[in-house]
Write a protein that binds this ligand. Sequence first.
Ligand code: NAD
Length: 292
Amino acid sequence: MDVKTIAVIGAGTMGRGIAYAAAFGGYKTVLEDISSRVLEQAVAWIRQSFEEGVARGKVEAGVPEKALALISTATDVKDAIRNAELIIEAVPEELEMKLELFTIFDKFAKTGAIFASNTSSLSITDFTDITVSRERCIGMHFFNPVPKMKLIELVRTPHTSEETVVTCREVARRMGKEVVLVNEAPGFITTRVNALIGNEAFNMLEAGIATAEDIDKALKLGLNHPMGPFELVDLVGLDVRLNILEYLHSTLGEKYRPNELLRKYVKEGRLGRKSGRGVYEYPQPKAAEKKA
Ligand SMILES: NC(=O)c1ccc[n+]([C@@H]2O[C@H](COP(=O)([O-])OP(=O)(O)OC[C@H]3O[C@@H](n4cnc5c(N)ncnc54)[C@H](O)[C@@H]3O)[C@@H](O)[C@H]2O)c1
């Protein structure tokens, strides 16, 4: 199918990035969220990301104006998806919410439209099996921050058609992304490997093998990882990582049993940067500074 319009549902961290990539690829882009305040922030963020892209020499001058003109916003999902040939959802990681949305897509989207999910760990089959269009359902797993991250994992369920895969490959290419194709399995490729590395780092810390700083340093300088596993988990959120590990443990087995120290930190509210303390401590700005 020839994609001209992309609807992005959810304008949070990922949705706004996906809308950036869609407009960058020359697609008419409708960004939808239940919150109009989030939509305003998302459009400002997209504008700023294009400016940064130009400053870094990654985006040609003139492109941002054209791309921004392709973006519109909506607060009603039915309005947003009406004319789209590709719908990508990026709402919170809750199965019930995704189920509800895919039911709406199936009822109100254009005939032949493709329904994609940006889920990082849920089973796409679990919320697409109910749709009559399941051959046109697929995972498009983008990475944060979307403007800078090259990869999209295309996740094919047992029902996803070859035509759907081909169309999404072409969309990814026009967005300037690289694709890997994954047959649906818990955690795809990246979430699965990353969870294991992060958990092993906690196992080593708990066993007193090295300090957090030295484990991070070893993976950065010895294995060429751009970030250490603890720096990364503090960014992602220890609670988010624990949820993923619990899911992988229940689906893939013992190897993924969440480390006890990770559990303890989450229980204590040490969730990472967002709570001011995870593995490391992050001084929080004082209330007066926050307002400024
Ligand atoms: N944050 C990441 O690094 C990351 C990376 C890859 C994939 N993901 C996945 O992407 C998805 C979104 O994650 P996020 O971090 O962007 O979440 P987020 O919380 O930043 O954004 C979600 C947005 O969805 C909106 N929303 C909630 N219900 C809605 C509805 N019914 N209709 C429309 N909008 C609705 C919220 O207002 C919010 O703005 C999740 O499935 C997550 O697993 C996240």
